[in-house]
Design a protein around this ligand. Structure first.
Ligand code: G3D
Ligand code: MG
Length: 178
């Protein structure tokens, strides 16, 4: 029987950008969530199949509540295979914050694949962050971006699947995010 591979993915981003909603949407309640109360982290699990048919379990780490990120930085980021850096398209400051999360991630797990998600794309009237803004940040962090909506589900599956592909594309190859 083939061994099941597990990969840890971290959700990063400012308060209320939609991290928990995105995880909930992606996991769709098909698996039990586990709450690590001691470090204020919730781990959700979803099974995915790679193109070759290999089964992979994604363990998605999400900060519960409004804990100060600095307090959990080490435990939270240790062993991450990838990360989703989430901003709220209706709040410009949440995009600027992503550089700091990327730096913290890089200090613990250098070169780990990451993606930028501009969430709440359904709130078109209130939108402040343009595609150009996202592209600028993506180039700075040497990655790419998606706009998502945890509310409608738009692009949520695609974002997680793109990150998974990046995690496995790098397997056995040189470090670097693409
Ligand atoms: P966080 O985990 O990053 O802190 P949450 O963020 O997932 O708790 O979401 C914060 C608020 O934003 C929630 O509203 C949630 O419903 C809303 N939200 C998350 N994603 C989207 C989205 O894509 N579109 C819209 N319109 N709202 C979204 P409440 O009111 O429950 O605080
Ligand atoms: Mg949350």
């Amino acid at each position: 029987m083939a061994r099941i591979i597990q990969k840890k993915i971290c959700m990063l981003g400012d308060f209320a950008v939609g991290k928990t909603s995105l995880v909930r949407r992606f996991v769709e309640g098909r698996f039990d969530d586990r709450y690590l109360s001691t470090i204020g982290v919730k781990v959700s699990r979803r099974r995915v199949l790679l193109p070759g048919g290999q089964e992979v379990h994604l363990l998605i780490w999400d900060l519960a509540g409004s804990e100060e990120f600095v307090d959990v930085q080490q435990n939270y980021l240790l062993g991450a295979a990838g990360a989703l850096l989430v901003c709220d398209l209706t709040r410009q400051s949440t995009l600027e914050s992503l550089e700091r999360y990327a730096r913290q991630l890089d200090s613990i797990t250098p070169g780990v694949p990451l993606l930028i998600l501009g969430n709440k794309k359904d709130l078109t009237e209130a939108r402040q962050v343009s595609g150009g803004n996202l592209e600028t940040m993506a180039q700075r962090l040497r990655t790419t971006w998606f706009t998502t909506s945890a509310k409608t589900g738009e692009n949520v599956e695609q974002a997680f699947s793109d990150l998974t592909a990046r995690i496995f594309a790098e397997w056995g190859s040189h470090h670097g995010r693409r």
